[in-house]
Design a protein around this ligand. Structure first.
Ligand SMILES: [Mg+2]
Length: 193
């Protein structure tokens, strides 16, 4: 983290995804050690159902912004998290949580409480892209780049035809009807063969 902060300078946002791998004591100590690097948020530091653990994090490291939610599978845990102010950012995944209908409910619940939503892999599919652009409390879109550094996005990622591609960190969704997907039968046959 120290090396990364040095590399990107003080004005680029830096976050850490712990992928549910820490217990409370470890998460607290890690957060204290990472404080000099000014994390925008600490992601999934605990098991996602551990609401009391997140509340403890709030007490013990109150200055650290927390994010979670990619492993909650209906709007209900998001409602509980917002009611209890368990975390600062919610991270629903449109493909896990119930589609655009569920995402809109979650965004509205969060917006009413002044909480931001950072959809998990929100820019990796056309459905998430439209959610990110349409919901006022989504400040940025996550794009999971599963390729080695230096590979252009349109070479290294399997894009659905018609889906917009980020350029220099910005993305404008396709405004064609629906989600703008332009799949043909040939594309589907190629994908399943
Ligand atoms: Mg994550």
């Amino acid at each position: 983290m120290a090396k990364t902060r040095e590399l990107i300078g003080p004005h680029v946002e830096l976050m850490l995804d712990c992928w549910m791998s820490l217990d409370l004591e470890f998460a607290v100590r890690l957060t204290e050690r990472l404080r000099p690097y000014s994390l925008k948020w600490l992601e999934d530091c605990l098991v996602p159902e551990d609401f009391q653990g997140f509340a403890e994090m709030r007490k013990r490291v109150p200055w650290q912004t927390l994010a979670t939610g990619e492993h909650w599978y209906t709007p209900l845990p998001f409602l509980s998290a917002v009611s209890g102010r368990v975390v600062d950012y919610l991270q629903p995944d449109i493909q896990f949580v119930g589609g655009l209908t569920a995402m809109v409910k979650i965004c509205h619940i969060a917006e009413a409480a002044g909480i931001g939503v950072l959809p998990h892999c929100g820019v990796n599919d056309a459905y998430g892209q439209h959610t990110c652009i349409a919901m006022p409390n989504v400040p940025m879109g996550e794009f999971f780049v599963n390729t080695a550094p230096g590979i252009p996005l349109n070479e290294g990622y399997r894009w659905t035809p018609g889906m917009a591609v980020p350029e220099d960190g910005f993305l404008v969704p396709n405004d064609a009807p629906g989600f703008g997907i332009e799949l043909t039968l040939d594309d589907i046959e190629r994908a399943v063969s």
